[in-house]
Write a protein that binds this ligand. Structure first.
Ligand code: GSH
Length: 204
């Protein structure tokens, strides 16, 4: 059976959301970075980086959240969550890599400095700068979903799941989305999917 390593309140959320979309039979191994569990010899044998998520798919070990999600979506949902046309597949890669390189860092910085760190260690100016840095990428996303309902055409795909799961940090990081209403509406549509709700329930 597919094993998904990482507590739901980590980037493993991205893969748990996908597992729910795909109705996969899986076991969640709740490796908790807060308890040092990503650095045990047992876990380092799964992912030598000491990070979650990682998966063990009947002996096939894979790490990096986006690679995992692209793999699982292609394996289980070609023609549905994972597109068949080469060009559409390339768009899925474009948005997934873009999410990791353009969105993740500033979002995470704002999240840490507005919510996760103890108050005394928070740097409000750094959080504000990170929110500013998000201005252009959020505008790019707003324009993309103004032109069509989802990132790769008419239907929800793994591109939407990957980008929206990164953006699930926007609310706790208190990122103002009022100037990107189309993007905010797209994010809401993604987040309200039953599978996204079910994955969020695992975080409680
Ligand atoms: N680029 C990696 C980042 C993984 C990552 O940094 N995960 C965090 C949890 S959200 C982690 O495992 N931190 C534990 C540690 O660094 O010990 C991915 O997307 O999978």
């Amino acid at each position: 059976m597919l094993k998904i390593y990482g507590i739901p309140r980590s980037r493993a959320f991205r893969t748990l959301w996908l597992a729910k979309e795909l109705a996969l039979d899986y076991e969640n191994v709740p490796i908790d970075m807060g308890k040092g569990e990503t650095r045990t010899p047992e876990f380092l044998a799964i992912n030598p980086n000491g990070h979650v998520p990682a998966i063990d798919d009947d002996g096939f070990i894979l790490w990096e959240s986006m690679a995992i999600n692209l793999y699982l979506a292609k394996k289980h949902s070609r023609g549905s969550l994972y597109p068949i046309r080469f060009e559409d597949e390339a768009r899925v890669w474009q948005w997934s890599f873009w999410g990791m390189t353009e969105l993740e860092r500033p979002l995470l910085t704002a999240l840490f400095h507005r919510a996760l760190l103890p108050e005394a260690q928070r740097d409000a100016a750094l959080a504000d700068q990170s929110e500013k840095d998000l201005g252009r990428p959020l505008m790019v996303l707003d324009q993309a979903v103004a032109a069509r309902p989802y990132l790769v055409g008419e239907h929800f795909s793994i591109a939407d799941l990957n980008v929206a799961s990164i953006l699930s940090w926007a609310r706790p990081a208190r990122i103002d989305l009022s100037h990107v209403p189309k993007m905010a509406d797209w994010l809401r549509r993604c987040a309200e999917r039953p599978a996204a709700r079910a994955a969020r329930d695992l975080q409680r």
